[in-house]
Design a protein around this ligand. Structure first.
Ligand code: SF4
Length: 329
């Protein structure tokens, strides 16, 4: 039976008007704010993003302000959201928009995609949510809904499957009020068509759905196994200062406790924790050391009372706070 596109859209949008999420970035059509929200939402849950989004817009309300900020201010404001390449890309994109386009985001998808960190999805999302243009979006939520509705039995992380989703999304998106329809499709994935135990019993588009076994969809490559890593760092203080090192790899540009090549022999760590990082489970061991000279140009003695304004990744910030609180005096 042919897919009844108009009926599908109407059922979806009617449900959304009653049940859609109220999100701060849905109350604006400012392309800058929407781009910020889209960058933050990559790999991160909505509830975690909301306070960061509000604070970011308070500190950097437009491309110009962000372009003029230092990398340290940018990373400090992003601190805790993880995947810091997103913040660096947003910063770099703001500088280009400011210099080349007078602080106004170019409206064409192809030009937007030339900016750092902006791929097909993000460019389309900004175009539909800020400019209300009739373009499709395919991200985790909408990909899951579409794969199930059309019972797609191909992997969605490979070209034919991914292209199938984009084509279907394109065929469904309405000519007008596309931003409402795209928000509705996203919310259906976030609230009803869940990865596990989709709520098919109360799904507003159930009669259009061809999935026979929805929980098995979408099909994608199995996650890589979790790898265990152990990392050793030093905690060294001198009067009211602490020795830190500016990272040049994982947390590039942020300040971390100085790494040790190997664990301190015969000593127990003063602080231990475990944190996830992409597909790694990292055991962090921190050793209190009495004396240490600066070993390389990226190390510096920092005032303890300036730590609040420095970008420090959360696992190291927690370690520093715990160790400073144990320190006498
Ligand atoms: S019927 Fe179930 S699988 Fe199909 S779209 Fe609705 S929630 Fe998803």
């Amino acid at each position: 039976m042919a897919f009844r596109t108009n009926h599908f859209r109407r059922a979806l949008v009617n449900w959304y008007r009653r049940n859609g999420r109220k999100l701060p970035w849905r109350e604006t059509s400012d392309p800058y704010a929407i781009l910020v929200s889209e960058c933050m939402l990559q790999q991160t849950q909505v509830a975690s993003v909301i306070p960061y989004y509000n604070e970011w817009l308070r500190r950097f309300p437009d491309f110009g302000t962000l372009a003029r900020a230092s990398e340290s201010q940018v990373l400090r404001t992003w601190q805790g959201l993880g995947y810091y390449a997103r913040a660096r890309n947003l910063h770099a994109a703001a500088k280009i928009v400011q210099d080349r386009y007078d602080g106004i985001l170019p409206r064409t998808i192809a030009t937007m995609q030339k900016l750092p960190g902006i791929g097909r999805y993000t460019a389309n999302a900004v175009t539909t949510f800020a400019f209300d243009e009739s373009v499709p979006i395919v991200e985790a939520n909408t990909a899951r809904v579409l794969a199930r509705i059309f019972d797609l039995r191909e992997r969605i992380d490979q070209m034919p499957g991914r292209e199938f989703l984009w084509q279907r999304a394109l065929s469904l998106v309405p000519k007008s009020s596309a931003h409402i329809y795209n928000s509705a499709l996203t919310d259906l994935g976030a609230l009803i068509c869940l990865p596990r135990q989709p709520k098919c019993g109360i799904c507003p588009v159930k009669k259009f759905c061809r999935a026979k076994d929805p929980e098995t969809l979408p099909i994608k490559k199995a996650r890589p196994p979790t790898l265990r890593l152990t990392e050793h760092h030093a905690f060294v203080t001198r009067q009211k200062r602490i020795l830190l090192q500016q990272s040049d790899h994982r947390w590039r540009g942020m300040w971390i406790l100085p790494p040790l090549k190997r664990r301190s022999a015969n000593r127990r760590p003063a602080y231990k924790s475990i944190f996830p990082f992409t597909n790694h489970r990292v055991a962090l061991n921190v050793y209190a050391q009495r004396r240490q000279k600066i070993e390389n140009r990226s190390q510096r003695w920092m005032r303890v009372n300036s730590l609040e304004s420095l970008p420090v990744p959360s696992p190291h910030r927690r370690a520093i706070a715990a160790l400073l609180s144990k320190r006498p005096g």
